[in-house]
Design a protein around this ligand. Structure first.
Ligand code: GLV
Ligand code: GLV
Length: 331
């Protein structure tokens, strides 16, 4: 029998890559919204692979429902905190994800959020100083701007590349406790961008020295509320916080307080705790110094097509026991 694959979302223009194949049986969630848990648990029975998204937790329950034929989980996302990786390794189930292909689109949005977060919406006519915020581009007469990154992976480095064009010369970042310092990489980046400084620092210095701080870590329990009230209190009053990683990294209540009490100047958020169930009463939605978009940093036609294609290639590689273009973990 042809191996069965379960596809948890209509992949639009990428669907022919699956539907034109005669060597697999495709079972596709038929509706234009997130796939029901009950549907997934029923249809994954006997499947060799599943293509999933961030809102689909892949855990013991799913493996139980699937049975022994399941060989691969392919997520159409760069994040993978919805997948129980140790469990997958234990059951010898391969896991694919979509890094690299979304880096440029997310970096674009990071810059947009930073630029928007320095502005507040005018309630009345053009006025010389009422609505002023700090400037991102540096000028001969203005103080040095230090850009900070919480997490310094692919997206952070692409964001830095863009900010160099704005005149940024000082960059600090903090990596996870487990990631080894990489002085050779840092020296090369510093030379390439002609930066006056590029330095790995601790969270204290990151908070207190950044003028613009980008949160670009993975999600999950290791980074939960890394940006909390104590962190925000150390930040500069004219600084701006951008989060395009996971809502869980930033304590929402603390951020609302920080904006209200003017601990920081503004915030730009692609992600927020509790999404997508965010309504107009949310304190950050009501906060004029906070710019929010609904987790769409990778939402360009080009990037989503590349993500869907990669997710399909990962799925097929796992099903047929061949190479997966982007596989998590060592095997
Ligand atoms: C988006 O948040 C992703 O993980 O791809
Ligand atoms: C602003 O719009 C200006 O003309 O200076």
């Amino acid at each position: 029998a042809r191996p069965k694959v379960v596809i948890c979302r209509d992949l639009g223009p990428a669907m022919p890559l699956l539907m034109e194949r005669t060597d697999i049986e495709v079972v596709l969630w038929p509706e234009d919204r997130g796939c029901d848990r009950a549907w997934l648990l029923k249809n994954i029975k006997g499947a060799a692979g599943a293509l999933v998204l961030l809102p689909d937790p892949i855990n013991e329950e799913v493996l139980q429902a699937a049975g022994p034929d399941l060989r691969v989980i392919s997520t159409m996302s760069v994040g993978y905190e919805h997948i129980d990786l140790p469990l997958m390794a234990q059951r010898n189930i391969r896991v694919g994800y979509t890094p690299d292909v979304l880096t440029e689109a997310v970096a674009d949005l990071c810059v947009m959020l930073a630029l928007m977060a320095v502005m507040t919406w005018p309630k009345y006519a053009w006025s010389p100083f009422t609505f002023c915020g700090p400037q991102i581009s540096t000028m001969a007469s203005s103080p040095t701007r230090t850009v900070g990154f919480l997490g310094f992976g692919r997206i952070a480095q692409s964001t830095l590349t863009r900010l160099v064009a704005f005149g940024v010369t000082h960059c600090i970042y903090s990596g996870s406790a487990t990631s080894a310092p990489n002085p050779a990489r840092d020296a090369a980046l510093q030379a390439k961008h002609k930066l006056a400084a590029l330095e790995r620092v601790d969270l204290n210095r990151l908070a207190s020295e950044s003028d613009v701080l980008f949160v670009l870590t993975p999600g999950g329990k290791d980074t939960y509320h890394l940006v909390d009230a104590a962190f925000l209190q150390k930040m500069k009053p004219m600084s701006v916080l951008v989060n395009a990683s996971r809502g869980t990294v930033v304590d929402s209540d603390a951020l609302a307080t920080a904006l209200r009490e003017k601990w920081i100047w503004g915030a730009g958020l692609d992600v927020v705790e509790g999404e997508p169930k965010i309504n107009g009463d949310h304190p950050l939605v009501r906060e004029p110094k906070c710019v929010m978009v609904p987790h769409i940093a990778s939402a360009t036609f080009e990037t989503r097509m590349a993500m869907a294609t990669r997710a399909i290639e990962n799925l097929l590689g796992g099903v047929f026991g061949t190479e997966m273009p982007a596989e998590l973990g060592d095997r």
